[in-house]
Design a binder for this molecule. Structure first.
Ligand code: HEC
Ligand code: HEC
Length: 326
């Protein structure tokens, strides 16, 4: 009798403890997702996928209707897939074009015009926005979120809210989100981040880079083309306010997706080293770092000018950057 009740008690305590652990994990994931994207590299996505709820199955571009809406969808596709070429070629002067947008396309990070389920897919976006974003400290619309990538990842200029090109991108994302219910949990979201990464060596990272990345991204990081090997640093690349300018996000992206043709071939140490090397290099500075994270939660791994200078001076505290001290 005593033994049985002890057993029952032990089981109850265990279940309770497990519930707490699971709940805190869930909270952590939600909190992270809020700051535009952290989730365990392997787990959460495949779990949801296994339960088979939401499928990544966008309609074909061949089926776009032959009308005004269809024209907007096609224009949106071109803008997403070939952003720099399209916007720069239509700008009044070359100088205007450079202010509008850097040398990247949305495809540079959202592969295949956002249709590749593995590489930051844009499928389902019109079903999940508007949503709260920690970095902005408010609920943002899909238009705002696109503009967020325009001024950071594309180191360019915001679209006005009534700009037909902004509407075209939204029309495209709405088209590829067909059939996905509003507010759906998308298993392919927030896959590109790592929670726990080894302390990097920038010098080793340079070797990894020259060996495994330079053929497509060029020895000096300036790239070979927005959709063949986009610029990783320098004037043509994203600025240091971009999500991927955070070390854990860069590492997650590289871990999951690079090198193209052989993803997953680098060790965790190599991923850490090469990510730190890329983010140690000079890139455009984001003008309004102070305005970010107005409600707190500012991450420690944004590789800003200050961090780059610390790397050069040899004073950087990587443990503080990747948050191992807490
Ligand atoms: C240099 C890389 C890069 C480029 C270029 C880029 N983005 Fe992004 N984008 C990101 C990252 C990183 C995130 C955050 C992903 C996450 O939360 O996992 C993101 C998030 C987004 C989101 C929200 C995704 C979500 O799941 O909430 C949208 C929408 C988006 N980008 C649209 C665009 C558009 C449109 C363009 C081109 C005008 C673009 N992006 C260019 C890196 C980039
Ligand atoms: C075979 C060519 C190829 C190789 C090799 C390659 N990449 Fe890429 N990389 C691409 C392409 C193409 C894209 C655009 C997205 C896509 O299509 O997946 C890209 C996108 C990226 C991006 C996001 C875009 C940007 O401008 O920041 C990063 C970061 C990146 N690669 C890092 C690396 C690293 C690190 C390596 C070496 C470990 C590497 N790549 C090796 C072709 C390559």
């Amino acid at each position: 009798m005593r033994k049985t009740s002890t057993l029952v008690l032990t089981v109850l305590v265990a279940v309770f403890a497990l519930t707490i652990v699971l709940m805190s994990f869930q909270l952590k994931t939600n909190k992270a997702a809020e700051d535009e994207g952290i989730a365990d590299v392997t787990e959460s996505g495949s779990e949801s996928a296994a339960s088979g709820e939401i499928q990544h199955n966008p309609p074909s571009m061949d089926d776009v209707p032959d009308d005004e809406l269809g024209d907007a969808i096609k224009r949106g596709y071109d803008l997403v897939n070939d952003t720099s070429t399209v916007l720069r070629s239509e700008a009044p002067t070359a100088e205007d074009g450079e202010k509008l947008v850097n040398e990247l396309s949305c495809t540079s990070c959202h592969a295949g015009a956002g249709l590749d389920s593995e590489v930051s897919s844009l499928v389902g976006m019109s079903a999940v926005y508007p949503m709260y974003i920690g970095r902005s400290g408010k609920v943002v619309s899909l238009e705002d979120r696109i503009n967020g990538c325009m001024v950071r990842s594309m180191n360019g200029t915001k679209f006005e809210s009534n700009d037909p090109d902004l509407k075209a991108m939204v029309a495209y994302m709405t088209y590829i989100s067909e059939g996905i219910p509003v507010g759906a949990e998308l298993p392919w979201r927030h896959q590109n981040s790592v929670d726990d990464m080894p302390i990097p060596s920038v010098a080793d990272g340079e070797k990894v880079y020259q060996q495994s990345c330079a053929t497509c991204h060029a020895g000096d990081g300036s790239g070979t083309g927005s959709n063949t090997g986009p610029a990783l640093w320098g004037d043509g690349s994203f600025n240091d306010g971009a999500g991927i300018a955070r070390l854990t996000k860069m590492a997650g992206y590289v871990h999951n997706n690079m090198p193209v043709g052989n993803p997953g071939s680098l060790s965790d140490q190599e991923v850490s080293d090469v990510s730190a090397f890329i983010l140690s290099q000079d890139r455009p500075e984001f003008a309004n770092h102070e305005g970010d994270w107005p409600n707190g939660g500012r991450p420690s791994d944004s590789m800003t000018k200050e961090r780059r200078d610390e790397i050069k001076a040899g004073t950087i505290d990587w443990e503080a950057v990747i948050g191992k001290k807490e």
